[in-house]
Ligand binder design. Structure first.
Ligand SMILES: NC(=O)c1ccc[n+]([C@@H]2O[C@H](COP(=O)([O-])OP(=O)(O)OC[C@H]3O[C@@H](n4cnc5c(N)ncnc54)[C@H](OP(=O)(O)O)[C@@H]3O)[C@@H](O)[C@H]2O)c1
Length: 347
């Protein structure tokens, strides 16, 4: 496909935004990243480096105009990608609303379910689309962003992204257009339910998933979500080699069986932790209200409750308030199972 000019602005350029920005720049795209001064200061001293697990490497010293802090830089955008954390969505919308040309397409590549709707409410003159990033990016060293696992970007099927698509193709990040983004987003969320458990474990993802009792915690949270999705008429789609409905059974499996069933999941960087764990460690608010909290809201929308995910939301909020404590696997499992048993007994 021919590449027509397309000014792409990435709003909230942190780990994900800088990775996407670097990949698009490697294809010669016209990219402006809007982020914070601390990253701007890094790029004033050293290049942006973007790598992936297939030996892709791009390194560029950014001219000042490529990474800015002023939202006004979005005024000529032909496409905006929003990559802030979920707690900053309303602010992003408020800052972009007076700046964007009416009709500018906006894609939320954030996790969670409600971000595109919350952005759309703040940006009534722009079409807002949902995106999903099914892989993880690690900010390895200052200015170096690494894609740690394979996967293809997904966006709502629309012709409004036609001018940008060839740039994503050339960047090696082709956009998979989906008619079923609601299901795709909920399916990604089923995987993100581990973020809270990982944060509470205080361990790396590899060490946490190696312990069956932590996986049983994840199985409880996933099973609760799958049941609610079924009641709400939302059908999960397959994002992993294992069908989503089978995830809780795989998680509950004994270690030897889990190791053989979940090979891809276990090819994680041995040091990697969930972003929620990193947020707690850094004293930042987490995205728990837009991950496990979305399950709690789904439950309430169909007049029921989600005791396991509610318990995880509560524990993460306690950790945010500090001091954060590490939960041994068996203790966390008993805490969640108790929340579920109590709810069942009261029904
Ligand atoms: N990282 C991944 O591997 C990955 C993968 C898939 C999906 N996601 C999702 O993508 C979203 C972003 O994640 P992330 O890991 O990239 O988070 P991140 O590293 O915290 O990046 C977000 C950046 O946006 C900045 N920001 C917030 N409000 C801003 C504003 N008004 N103006 C300028 N900059 C602003 C933040 O600065 P402050 O910190 O100073 O607020 C931060 O630097 C999340 O929803 C996450 O769940 C991430």
């Amino acid at each position: 496909m021919a590449k027509l000019p397309c000014r792409i602005v990435i709003f909230g350029a942190g780990t994900l935004g800088c990775y996407l920005g670097g990949r698009l720049l490697s294809a010669g795209a016209d990219v402006t990243m809007i982020g914070r001064e601390r990253l701007q200061a890094i790029f004033a001293k050293q290049p942006l480096v973007v790598t992936d697990q297939r030996h892709f490497e791009f390194r560029e010293t950014l001219p000042e105009s490529r990474f800015v802090t002023d939202p006004a830089a979005a005024k000529d955008a032909d496409l905006v990608l929003v990559t802030t954390k979920s707690g900053d969505t309303e602010d992003a919308g408020k800052l972009l609303a007076p700046v964007l040309k009416p009709g500018t397409p906006v894609v939320s590549f954030q996790n969670g379910i409600s971000n595109p709707d919350r952005l759309a409410a703040a940006l009534p003159e722009c079409p807002v689309f949902a995106g999903v990033v099914p892989f993880n990016i690690v900010h390895k060293t200052p200015g170096h962003f690494h894609q740690a696992m394979p996967g293809q970007l997904m966006v709502t099927a629309t012709d409004k992204l036609a001018a940008a698509e060839p740039w994503f193709d050339a960047a090696g990040l082709p956009l998979q257009k989906r008619e079923d983004m609601r299901s795709v987003r909920w399916s990604k969320l089923l995987l993100n339910l581990n973020n809270a458990i990982n944060a509470l474990s205080g361990l790396s993802l590899a060490d946490e998933l190696a312990q069956r009792d932590y996986r049983r915690c994840l199985a409880l949270a996933q099973q609760e979500t799958l049941t609610l999705l079924e009641w709400a008429g939302i059908r999960p789609v397959k994002l992993t080699p294992i069908p989503m409905q089978l995830l809780p059974y795989v998680m509950k499996a004994p270690d030897w069986l889990f190791r053989s069933l979940a090979k891809t999941m276990l090819t994680i960087d041995p040091e990697a932790r969930s972003s929620m764990a990193q947020d707690i460690q850094a004293g930042r608010p987490t995205e728990v209200d837009w991950i496990n909290g979305e399950v709690v809201r789904l439950a309430s929308s169909i007049d029921t409750r989600a005791p396991v995910n509610q318990a995880l939301v509560n524990l993460i909020h306690q950790s945010e308030r500090g001091p954060a404590r590490s939960w041994p696997a068996a203790e966390l499992f008993h805490h969640l199972q108790h929340a579920l048993d109590e709810y069942r007994a009261r029904r």
